[in-house]
Design a binder for this molecule. Sequence first.
Ligand code: KG4
Ligand code: ZN
Length: 361
Amino acid sequence: MCDTLTILGLESSCDDTAAAIVRVRPGAPAQILAQTVMGQGQLHAAFGGVVPEIAARAHAEKLDLCVAEVLRASGLTLRDMDAVAVTAGPGLIGGVMSGVMCAKGLAAGAGLPLIGVNHLAGHALTPRLTDGAPYPYLMLLVSGGHCQFLRVDGARQFTRLGGTIDDAPGEAFDKTARLLGLTQPGGPAVEAEAVSGDAARYAFPRPLLDRPGCDMSFSGLKTALLRTRDAVIAKKDGLTRQDRADMCAGFQAAVRDVLAEKTRRALAAHSDLRLLAVAGGVAANQTIRAALMQVAIEAGAEFLAPPLALCTDNAAMIAYAGAELFALGQRDDMTLAARPRWPLDMGSPAMLGSGRKGAKA
Ligand code: KG4
Ligand code: ZN
């Protein structure tokens, strides 16, 4: 990148309303000057998933506040920005539209260039924002809405090496928690229970390990957990605390094994990739993280897990991706459209299905 760029980023593709200001200088680490994320967990809690209409309305209400907050915190004004970057997809269409409309208003009002960013590109470029990771690298994006391996060669050069053909692992963790009466979000709750569990007591499947390639499947694992739970309840008229811990440990071990083996394959098939980076809420899981790190070490690659606040949905990643795209010459205008589906790798077939947390790409 040739000049210093200061970019305002907006994110509203699922259930987090976020704004951030990021500065990128040639030869220096990128700086997050200010960022804020307003989650909508409480609004959706009673529904067991994100309600798109509620999410869109909340984004429309909160985006302005988020922008005002990051301008205040950074001591900057819109005039100090070089561009406004916004998530233009993939995601829940109402939320993405709220963000795109807000960004268009800001860009038009302040006379700034507008840059539409793919949400997945934001995640995939995060290792460059946090650690200045050089291209190329392997990204495993693993959250409540996404699960895919990306070969990242540039800010517009992504190759999807594989991904889930049904649910994302975070969805499976959340469902497991619901089935076992644990709190939401399910990942941390299942992980905490699993600490005192015996992963070998119940046999859970490792879906698609028998098939070549890096595609994954997690919906069968959910069903297996349901069956196991019902069988134990039918036999003993209830679950003991130990039964529950053992199921959590077994489930977590199955997810870990699938992610680790598919990562091993991805690295083996792309021996020029010397860095494995992870992003997404599931990457917070210590058991899974340790297994992925081990796979990287065995393959002679580095392992990078950005701080959790930048692994999950945020606007700093959108502002940073916007800076890279700006430097490549991208400029959008008032015709920028919100896209519910937007695969990063246009050469790969689109993933099927629409997850609990929105459309998959
Ligand atoms: O990236 P994220 O915050 O949001 C999106 O999905 O976009 O990921 C949230 C997902 C939830 O499904 C949550 O249960 C899961 O990440 N998660 C975890 C852990 N922490 C969060 N899954 C497993 N172990 C964890 N410690
Ligand atoms: Zn995301």
